[in-house]
Design a protein around this ligand. Structure first.
Ligand code: HEM
Ligand SMILES: [Ca+2]
Ligand SMILES: [Ca+2]
Length: 301
């Protein structure tokens, strides 16, 4: 039945080693490539915003549905599926048929933040996996694009039960990871609320003509791109946000005071980030007899 709650101890009898198992694979993957921590964190976000935290983003296309992987916010963008497969197979080898792929994403996101120097927290588990995914659901605008206005960002998060403050604090995830030129080109050439020398530096690897260098990458946090800290907010104070949707959070609007506060107070950022991640992880989970425990995260059983 639905309405059952997630809990920390959900696997304490059935898979006591789940946390150490996930962590060891994430640790190795991040040691190999730091960006993978960012990629795993983002996968959890993009999963939770479409159909809830149900592992839907992990499903490959089938003859009966086209999944989320080729949706606009995900195509040529989300990554880390092989690491998720690796985690799943290690978890299956210690407790077969018990741990959902949705929970694996939640745990891997938590571990990634911790491993890159951010806060630690206890995650709630007990989510089950969806049997389907839908391209149109993922394309319906539930995941806001980087061209969004501030009110658009606030509304998209509100629609998922997250406040404007949650939205601002979760955007702090852009303290790690990278973005493609095509998604910040307009900002670095045409916007005025940007530091001139920062814009010039980014222009050097992101040519002006549409289509040239579209996939060239830049770090989201110019100061500490692989450390999970509050430097993202300091960048915004200095007009060094990479995406339009980053800088719009500090642009003489209603969220300015959050940015000022998190830039000065790393503890407040860490605490509020944890609270908001737990809230995000609570979005419409499948529990009880809903959904299933997938054997392979890429397909329904
Ligand atoms: C507020 C609305 C948000 C917008 C508009 C947004 C937009 C983006 C865009 C455009 C990229 C670059 C994608 C690419 O280059 O293909 C990105 C990367 C990233 N986003 Fe967000 N994002 C938002 C919120 C979040 C949230 C809530 C999280 C997690 C809690 C998150 C975590 C990340 C991470 C870690 C990366 C880097 C991924 C990597 O390097 O693989 N973002 N985001
Ligand atoms: Ca989902
Ligand atoms: Ca950082």
């Amino acid at each position: 039945a639905s309405g059952q709650q997630l809990s920390r101890g959900y696997y304490s009898k059935t898979c006591p080693k789940v946390f150490s198992t996930v962590r060891s694979v994430v640790k190795a993957a991040v040691a190999k490539e730091k960006r993978m921590g960012a990629s795993l964190l983002r996968l959890h976000f993009h999963d939770c915003f479409v159909q809830g935290c149900d592992g839907s983003i992990l499903l490959d296309d089938t003859s009966s549905f086209t999944g989320e992987k080729t949706a606009l916010p995900n195509n040529n963008s989300v990554r880390g599926f092989n690491v998720v497969d690796d985690i799943k197979s290690k978890v299956e080898s210690v407790c077969p048929g018990v741990v959902s792929c949705a929970d694996i994403l939640t745990i891997a996101a938590r571990d990634s933040v911790d491993i890159l120097g951010g806060p630690k927290w206890d995650v709630k588990v007990g989510r089950r996996d969806s049997r389907r995914a839908s391209l149109s659901a993922a394309n319906s605008g539930v995941i806001p694009p980087p061209t969004s206005t501030l009110s658009n960002l606030i509304n998209r998060f509100q629609a998922r039960g997250l406040s404007a403050k949650d939205m601002v604090v979760l955007s702090g995830a852009h303290t790690i990871g990278q973005a493609r030129c095509t998604l910040f080109r307009n900002r670095i050439y045409n916007e005025t609320n940007i530091d001139t020398s920062f814009a010039r530096t980014r222009q050097a690897n992101c040519p002006r003509p549409n289509g040239s260098g579209d996939n060239n990458l830049a770090v989201l946090d110019v100061k500490t791109p692989t450390k999970f800290d509050n430097s993202y907010y300091k960048n915004l104070l200095n007009k060094k946000g990479l995406l339009h949707s980053d800088q719009i959070l500090y642009n003489n609007g209603s969220t300015d005071s959050f940015i000022e506060s998190y830039s000065k107070n790393p503890k407040a950022f860490a605490n509020d980030f944890v609270t908001a991640m737990i809230k995000m992880g609570d979005i419409s989970p499948l529990t009880g007899s809903n959904g299933e425990i997938r054997k392979n995260c890429r397909r329904a059983n």
